[in-house]
Ligand binder design. Structure first.
Ligand SMILES: [Mn+2]
Length: 270
């Protein structure tokens, strides 16, 4: 049995299948974990969710911003943009099932004893344990009967920095933003939501979250994440593994074999 972690799929079912073929993935023996953004922009959203759902207990995922966006569109809170390519999925008879399935997925999970997976990364003031605890806080809300209200209150860029004393919608919004939208951090721990480019090209006042010293992260712990295609898989730190390599943008999809640390990629074929 092998455990594989795949970067952002974003509705690119063919790319996922090519990658699974490459590693000779067994849907009954192996385990697949996704870093979130299962759908969004790619044209095979329905096929992707149907397939991942069919893997049952051999599949796990964390939620990404696009997955939450899908839930919000289904709930009538957001309007789908044409570029989201979600219409076939949203009008399919499987959508209710898939939404309920996604509502049960966490923002953070452990892929191994020391390996945290989240969509965007680990906010530098949080330990792995703290991130897991905060993920449970949000999951409880998403699984509760008021989940649509929770999603409606989730949108916004404030508060920009974490404080333990945050409560209610503000607390939830920050946790969701940090785990699903974070890239750069400004001074004082403020999340920046505008800059999506590679760190080499970014303004000086912005630091990638993984370059901000995290005193609560142990040296033998690892964070695996997606979301940031312009990193192109590079953090230059072995502790932080970036798996979004921009397949939906015509680049590559990346998969990590957790047991061997081997990286596999497939190119986008138009
Ligand atoms: Mn994302």
């Amino acid at each position: 049995m092998s455990t594989y972690i795949v970067g952002d799929i974003q509705g690119c079912f063919d790319g996922l299948q090519n990658l699974l073929k490459k590693v000779e993935f067994s849907p009954t023996k192996d385990h697949l974990i996704a870093v979130g953004d299962l759908i969004g922009r790619g044209t095979q959203a329905l096929e992707t969710l149907d397939y991942l759902y069919s893997l049952e207990d051999n599949f796990d995922t964390v939620l990404g911003n696009h997955d939450l966006n899908l839930m919000a569109i289904y709930a009538g809170i957001r309007k789908a943009k044409p570029g989201d390519n979600l219409d076939v999925l949203l009008t399919s008879s499987n959508i209710k099932n898939h939404i309920n399935w996604l509502r049960g997925k966490p923002l953070a999970l452990m892929a191994g004893p020391k390996t945290l997976v989240t969509h965007a990364g680990l906010y530098p003031e949080w330990s792995v344990k703290k991130a897991l605890k905060l993920s449970i806080e949000v999951s409880e809300q998403l699984q509760g009967k008021d989940w649509k209200k929770v999603l409606a209150n989730m949108y916004g860029n404030q508060p920009a920095a974490w404080q333990k004393t945050l409560l209610g919608d503000q607390r939830l919004r920050f946790i969701v933003n940090a785990m699903t939208r974070m890239r750069f951090i400004e001074k004082k721990g403020n999340l920046d939501f505008n800059c999506k480019i590679s760190p080499d090209l970014a303004p000086e006042n912005l630091t990638p979250w993984f370059n901000v010293d995290n005193k609560k992260l142990k040296t033998d712990e690892r964070v695996i994440f997606g979301h940031w295609a312009s990193l192109n898989g590079n953090t230059n730190l072995s502790q932080f593994c970036a798996l979004d390599t921009g397949y939906v943008w015509g680049q590559t999809m990346t998969m990590l074999n957790l047991s061997t640390n081997e990286i596999y990629t497939v190119n986008h074929q138009d």
